[in-house]
Write a protein that binds this ligand. Structure first.
Ligand SMILES: *[C@@H]1O[C@H](CO)[C@@H](O)[C@H](O)[C@H]1NC(C)=O
Ligand SMILES: *[C@@H]1O[C@H](CO)[C@@H](O)[C@H](O)[C@H]1NC(C)=O
Ligand SMILES: *[C@@H]1O[C@H](CO)[C@@H](O)[C@H](O)[C@H]1NC(C)=O
Length: 981
């Protein structure tokens, strides 16, 4: 609480400090050139949270100011990374005319436009502004910076087009514009204007994750020396230029997730140094490219294109460096070559949604790094799998699973939990685990608590896919080289949360610990941050290109961890506003957030540490204040601590504003998810008690049920049943292709039923208030369960229909009417659910690359487009074929009714359930009647196999036989159990 109420230096104080600073200039700035002194002063005037060392008491050039280096009284280098600077960049930056090095990275609160005056820094060689919040367009004046060798503007919110003048930066080696909102085409030179085709010294074109469009014709030529081309996740069209084949220095080529069309040029086979080739999710045609000469190739992904039907190419068995082969939806047929699985380095094979047939042979010497083989939805009729292969094999949706009764019970025919436990740095040598306070962590080097410098390392094209302990050597190399190159103590690097994210980048949460003391001082922070922002640190080559984005450093965050969170919220808010037009208003958000925080603080202050229910957890006989529990039990703190290995990072499965969620196994073997409130977000005792009472009364097959709680030692924890398959969002991201249309309908139906129960059958009715795809969990059978009623609001009888309250919820899902009026009703949940339906259709997040899905769909719908209803560009490619059905249109129409601006026009949840039931019924009937290959094949593993034969399959759970659609048509007959009060 002490930390939470500590404030940032308030603006008036800061102004005073500045005034003093200005007044002292004549006396104080003896060494610094007055022009540079004034410029620094002007920068400072637009920042809050500047480093404490930037004070009038010392001369910036005598070494006292962190991050400032001078030569002869002129500022030559300004590096203020990770200093939690908030504000904008003053135009006066242009006066520091001797500056050669400018790095302001990882200040998420630093934004606004990049001043054009930056173009007067004619000596500038290095410009790094990664991971800030800059907006507006990239000033064309940057083209004046002829000395520039390193330009990184990635992970900001830049918009507009890339200025052609950047083609004049002919000394540029590193060019990173990734992860912004840039539009338009890549400038190519003309008779009168420069273009990026001039950049023959540049080794890195990192333009991924923007909205760039147009063709690449004319961009590439044989004079270029590019090593990494990352153009993925844009909207490029036209052919893949044949000139690419002349840039034989290339190691990484990612053109995936664009609209490239036509045939892959044959001379791409000249790229013999290529380690990674990804052309996935485009509209490429012609035959699969012949890659047999690319003997360095480790990772290849050609999925989701429109290649002509062919058998598996020869290079499947001859490219011995391959670690990962992905050609999902590749029109491949014939036998899967046996030799593929014995490639010596192979780690992953994804060949789902093809037409492979015959017998699958996995035998011979399989290397132990082969972690996953996905052959879902093929025509394989028999399988001979050696017992020495123990890792993931997916054969669902193949005849072998539905026809052969001796095989259909095999684990590879059912939905498996991914058995990949990713590597995490071991803390096992810390015998007695200290419990660190919330912002500190255990330093693996000395087992003490300290404030680590944390952030994400993102590897955009690693040459491997195995993230498990089998590959621990690789990750330990990363730990060791980080410690050594960053001059940290041996073993003081902690890696966790290792995964491939939605962009197919390898993401690693890194914690770097100070060599002495419990925190980094500012100059160490700058030093360590620079090694990462400026690519001075080089990871082992197989990690490929990376970037790093630091989190706010807790000791500098002003108000402990809330500092970081607040920045994130306001960034999200800014994006939301930009997108939703007049829908959201800054002031409103600020007021709402402020009010929220105030309320939290008030609660804290009220309940403090002298809570009247302190004895709940231990003595349940004291029923005076104890909650009225229906089946929920009280756990001791020790019990929950033990079953989560002291709430260790490896048990963490999620986190949010309230705190973290851990998984654990109770003594009796029950797997549970434990939601542990953070200090700052605890509820008042009364609220906590109410929530438990409420949750323990709610029982429905599509709602995550509460098992118990812990209220001890100042902790508030809720213990829920563990749902094994993750959130809907994760499933859409990570395994999107295996969620076919029918599965998506069933997930929509399940979640709708859960919500309908809350609205229409729970007593008293409950409004969820935070319906979103991360609050819908999927179990082993892909049954949807709605989670997290943390924000739930009872609809009391007196104000039935409307509850006036503070706005809560998640941007992107917020009902605009609720937002404006603060009148909460069930229809707000309906709005959020409509957004989830659009996520099911598009696979996208509600706000992605600055676009709001509701608006995008509304604008795109073309009723007379018989194929895709006008939504081709927005559709999740995994369900593109399903979009031709009438059911798909109906689904989109229903979603659009749910997101109607007017709450009154939205259907009630019960009606939504009925509609989706009807759609699913048609879908199932259609698939069975038509005998469609992929849909009928996959029905063998449907969790909810209504409609005839599929119902009896061995993986159905008992509840399935009570399907509410089926013989009696679409009549609404919800699933629920009401436990008597
Ligand atoms: C596999 O498919 C190919 C091409 O469709 C066909 O020629 C072949 O006979 C099939 N093989 C088996 C064993 O069904
Ligand atoms: C499975 O493969 C092994 C090794 O290739 C072979 O010896 C065996 O006969 C095969 N079994 C069947 C049932 O085809
Ligand atoms: C595969 O699993 C079985 C039983 O779980 C075990 O006996 C065998 O050693 C494992 N094989 C390999 C290659 O790990």
């Amino acid at each position: 609480m002490e930390a939470a109420t500590r404030r940032r230096a308030s603006p008036p104080l800061l102004m005073l400090a500045l005034a003093l600073l200005a007044a002292s200039v004549p006396a104080g700035f003896c060494a610094i050139n007055p022009q540079d002194g004034a410029a620094l002063n002007a920068l400072l005037s637009q920042w809050t949270n500047a480093p404490a060392s930037w004070s009038s008491a010392s001369d910036p050039c005598d070494g006292g100011w962190d991050g400032v280096t001078c030569s002869n009284g002129r500022v030559t280098s300004l590096r203020l990374l990770s200093n939690n600077i908030q504000g904008t960049l003053s135009n006066s930056i242009g006066q520091l005319s001797r500056l050669t090095y400018l790095d302001l990275s990882f200040n998420i609160g630093l934004g606004g436009p990049l001043p054009a005056s930056i173009g007067s820094l004619s000596q500038l060689s290095i410009l790094i502004l990664a991971g800030c919040s800059f907006t507006g367009s990239i000033p064309q004046e940057l083209g004046n910076l002829q000395q520039l060798t390193f330009l990184a503007l990635n992970s900001n919110q830049f918009s507009g087009t890339i200025p052609p003048s950047l083609g004049l930066l002919t000394n540029l080696n590193w060019f990173d514009l990734a992860d912004n909102q840039l539009t338009g085409s890549i400038p190519i030179s003309t008779a009168n204007t420069p273009g990026l085709d001039f950049l023959t010294k540049t080794q890195h074109f990192h333009f991924n994750k923007n909205q760039l469009s147009g063709t690449l014709t004319g961009l590439f030529n044989s004079k270029m020396t590019l090593v990494h081309i990352l153009f993925d996740s844009n909207q490029f069209t036209g052919p893949i230029p044949a000139e690419l084949g002349t840039i034989t220095t290339l190691q990484v080529l990612r053109l995936d997730r664009n609209g490239f069309a036509g045939a892959v040029p044959p001379n791409i086979s000249n790229l013999v140094n290529l380690n990674e080739l990804s052309l996935a999710s485009n509209q490429l045609t012609g035959s699969l490219p012949d890659l047999s000469s690319m003997t360095s190739l480790n990772v290849v992904d050609l999925s989701n294109n429109s290649f002509t039907t062919s058998v598996a190419p020869d290079w499947f068995t001859t490219l011995t460096a391959l670690t990962s082969v992905s050609i999902g939806s590749g029109q491949l047929t014939g036998q899967v070559p046996k030799g593929l699985f014995t490639l010596p380095q192979l780690q992953q094979v994804v060949l789902s949604n093809n037409a492979f047939n015959g017998t699958l042979e996995i035998s011979g010497s399989i290397n132990k790094q082969l972690q996953a083989i996905n052959l879902m939805n093929n025509q394989i009729s028999a399988a001979n799998v050696t017992t020495s292969y123990n890792n993931t094999l997916v054969l669902r949706g193949n005849p072998v699973c539905s026809v052969d009764p001796t095989v259909s019970g095999k684990p590879y025919c059912s939905v498996q939990e991914e058995n990949t436990m990713a590597y995490t740095t071991s803390l096992s040598k810390c015998s007695s685990m200290a419990v660190c306070s919330s912002d500190q962590s255990l330093n693996p080097a000395n087992c003490g608590c300290a404030f680590p410098y944390t952030g994400k390392m993102i590897f955009r094209a690693p040459f491997f896919t195995d993230l498990t302990n089998t590959n621990s050597d690789t990750f330990q190399q990363l730990e060791n080289t980080l410690a050594t190159n960053l001059s940290l103590r041996n073993g003081s690097v902690f890696l966790s949360d290792i995964k491939f994210n939605s962009d197919n980048y390898l993401q690693i949460q890194v914690k770097l610990f100070p060599s002495s003391g419990v925190s980094f001082n500012v100059s160490d922070l700058i030093r360590v941050g620079s090694y990462l922002s400026n690519q001075i640190y080089k990871p082992p080559p197989k990690f490929g290109p990376y970037y790093f984005i630091a989190d706010v450093y807790a000791p500098l965050a002003g108000a402990s961890s809330t500092g970081g969170k607040k920045s994130q919220i306001s960034t999200g808010a800014i994006a939301g506003i930009a997108v939703a037009g007049g829908l959201l208003v800054i002031a409103l958000i600020a007021t709402a957030l402020f009010a929220l925080r105030q309320k939290r603080r008030a609660n804290e202050a009220l309940t403090g540490r002298t809570d009247p229910f302190a004895s709940w957890g231990v003595s349940q006989k004291d029923s005076g204040g104890a909650p009225q529990l229906k089946g929920a039990r009280s756990f001791s703190f020790i019990e929950l601590r033990n079953c989560t290995d002291n709430f260790s990072d490896t048990h963490e499965i999620g986190s949010g504003g309230y705190g973290k969620v851990y998984k654990g196994t109770l003594v009796d073997g029950t797997r549970v998810a434990i939601k542990r409130a953070e200090r700052g977000s605890m509820q008042g005792v009364v609220e906590f008690k109410n929530e438990i009472e409420l949750l323990s009364r709610v029982h429905h097959r599509n709602l995550v049920s509460l098992i118990g709680f812990c209220y001890e030692q100042g902790e508030q924890m809720l213990v829920y049943e563990y749902i094994s398959n993750g959130t809907l969002r994760e499933n859409l991201l990570v395994r999107g292709t295996y969620l076919d249309w029918k599965k998506r309908l069933r997930i929509a139906l399940g979640s709708a039923r859960g919500l309908a129960y809350l609205h229409e059958l729970a007593d008293p009715p409950i409004i969820h208030r935070d319906v979103k795809s991360t609050n819908i969990l999927l179990d082993d059978h892909l049954k949807a369960k709605v989670a997290d009623f943390g924000l739930s609001k009872l609809v009391s009888d007196t104000e039935k229909g409307h509850v006036s309250t503070q706005v809560k919820g998640t941007l992107g899902y917020l009902d605009p009417e609720y937002y404006m009026t603060q009148q909460l009703s069930e229809k707000s949940d309906v709005y959020s659910f409509g957004v989830v339906m659009l996520e099911l259709v598009s696979g996208r997040q509600p706000i992605e690359s600055g676009k709001y899905i509701v608006r995008e769909v509304r604008l795109a719908i073309k009723p007379d487009d018989r194929d895709h209803y006008g939504l081709r560009g927005l559709l999740d490619p995994a369900i593109r074929d399903s979009a031709r059905t009438a059911g798909f249109r109906r689904f989109v129409q229903l979603a659009m009714r749910c997101v109607d601006e007017s709450a009154a026009a939205r259907p009630a949840m019960g009606e939504v359930v009925k509609e989706i039931e009807a759609m699913l019924q048609i879908e199932v009937a259609g698939a069975e009647g038509g005998g469609g290959v992929s849909s009928a094949g996959s029905s063998a593993n449907e969790f909810d196999g209504a409609g005839g034969g599929a119902r009896a399959h061995p993986y159905s759970d008992t509840e399935i036989t009570r399907g509410s659609y089926g013989d009696n048509g679409s009549e609404y007959m919800p699933y629920f159990e009401v436990k008597p009060k």
